[in-house]
Design a protein around this ligand. Structure first.
Ligand code: SF4
Length: 371
């Protein structure tokens, strides 16, 4: 057994998102894989395991703890200009070849990520909330690895965060189950989902199933959580006009008010032969989103090169509502009631009731959190 496995197995608690099966097996339903795990075995994510007929799940540590601009998640309709105290653990239920966090997400799967053992720091939910307060963050976010597979630990943190008046959010691949979404619902204010492709075959190469992600998008919206969707546009993988149109039409069929972020890819991990996404491709993707009827389309990862697609405009009268460049807010014009200042159209999202406090300018860059 590796030192990483030893360490992770020591940092566990009893899982709540499971049911007992005959022969000491357990069925985990923290994610759409719904693994049947026999005694002594691990689930597909490698970080949830069956020990003596009991599901053990990650607990009591972070592998990353950082203060990020909320725009980096990306959320463009959640407390714009605020900071998000973001924590991540280890492991993932997918194995995307272009993962930008593979050292943490592919722990226990890829020998290259063995050194992620050095990132592990024991911590309590109280210390995480303290770190959020110290950094004046308004939101606590589970991200960097797939949060669904560590949902029990996230809920332990979110309970404390809510009591401290903080909002909570997930940045997720969307491979959820109705059970885990209902488990999370009382604690979450916002949910970001990656819609990586509209081809089931391509999803299976990444370790997922398209329909699970589409169903999660619909259910997250129906549960009343604020939802934003991201598609990382990878040249040659998902950048055809037909596929982008399919994605945008699906989102619009759930609600045209769901923001869609089309973001630029840069070569990473195992996908180093595809070129970086250029600005023309992102602009084409954003125009496709609008053509499909989406009211809020954003182009990300190429600051200053995607016309007006970093900022928020009123879909009714085209008044500028939030002016952005990269992760920096340059102007904020939404009213305290969350409406357009010119035509009073309600702007969907989670907005501050004190618009005069929104931080303008600033570096718009992440920094490590202290605890
Ligand atoms: S979180 Fe998903 S991959 Fe991990 S054990 Fe549970 S069902 Fe399997």
């Amino acid at each position: 057994m590796s030192s990483l496995a030893d360490k992770l197995d020591a940092l566990t608690s009893v899982g709540e998102l499971s049911e007992a099966q005959p022969g000491g097996a357990v069925r985990c339903y923290a994610c759409g894989h719904r693994c049947l795990i026999r005694p002594g075995k691990r689930g597909i994510c490698q970080v949830r395991s069956n020990q003596n007929g009991e599901l053990r799940v990650p607990w009591g540590y972070v592998a990353a703890l950082q203060v990020d601009p909320i725009e980096k998640k990306p959320f463009s309709h959640v407390l714009s200009g605020s900071d998000a105290l973001t924590f991540g653990m280890l492991g993932c239920d997918f194995h995307c070849g272009y993962c930008q966090n593979f050292f943490t997400s592919q722990a226990m799967r890829d020998p290259q990520s063995e050194e992620s053992v050095n990132y592990i720091r024991k911590i309590s939910p109280e210390q995480i909330v303290q770190a959020a307060r110290r950094s004046r963050a308004q939101v606590v976010v589970s991200s960097y690895n797939e949060p669904l597979i560590t949902s029990e630990w996230a809920v332990a943190i979110f309970r404390q965060a809510q009591q401290a008046g903080l909002k909570c959010a997930y940045v997720s691949n969307g491979n959820a189950t109705p059970e885990v979404l209902r488990y999370l619902r009382p604690y979450l204010s916002a949910y970001k989902i990656d819609l990586k492709t509209m081809q089931d075959r391509a999803y299976r190469q990444l370790g997922g199933v398209l329909q699970n992600v589409l169903d999660t998008i619909r259910l997250v919206h129906e549960l009343g959580l604020w939802l934003e969707i991201v598609t990382l546009v990878v040249p040659g993988f998902n950048d055809s006009t037909g596929e982008l149109l399919d994605a945008a039409r699906y989102i619009a069929s759930v609600s045209p008010q769901i923001p869609w972020h089309v973001t630029g890819f840069h070569p990473d991990y195992k996908m180093t032969d595809a070129p970086a996404t250029n600005a023309d491709t992102l602009l084409r993707a954003a125009e496709i989103g609008e053509e499909a009827g989406l009211q809020y389309v954003y182009a990300g990862n190429l600051p200053g090169r995607t016309k007006n697609y970093e900022s928020t405009f009123c879909p009714h009268c085209r008044t500028l509502l939030v002016e952005r460049r990269g992760y920096t807010i340059l102007g904020y014009f939404i009213t305290a009631q969350g409406t357009c200042p010119k035509c009073s159209t309600a702007v969907p999202g989670v907005w501050t009731a004190q618009p005069e406090t929104v931080r303008l300018g600033g570096m718009g860059i992440p920094y490590l959190a202290r605890f």
